[in-house]
Design a protein around this ligand. Sequence first.
Ligand code: SF4
Ligand code: SF4
Length: 78
Amino acid sequence: MEQKKFNNKKVLNMSFGIEIDKDACTGCGTCYEVCPSECFGEPEGGKVNVIEENRDDCVGCRACETQCPEEAITITEE
Ligand code: SF4
Ligand code: SF4
């Protein structure tokens, strides 16, 4: 599947929550590849984690949510 990066311009002053279903995650690395804000670390041990210091950089593009093959990511508006 083609993986697209998104422009990482922050829109307004919105902030977003990133939730990973660790049971569903297979560590495929798609979210790590597509996130324009480097919110995810390189998967280790078959799981991916949010990089805490980059969490607030999420621009809500939902590339991770829509491209995760396991539907393991949920992005929420906060
Ligand atoms: S895209 Fe989904 S399954 Fe793949 S590493 Fe990210 S959260 Fe895990
Ligand atoms: S929605 Fe996902 S891909 Fe987009 S910036 Fe936030 S964490 Fe990264």
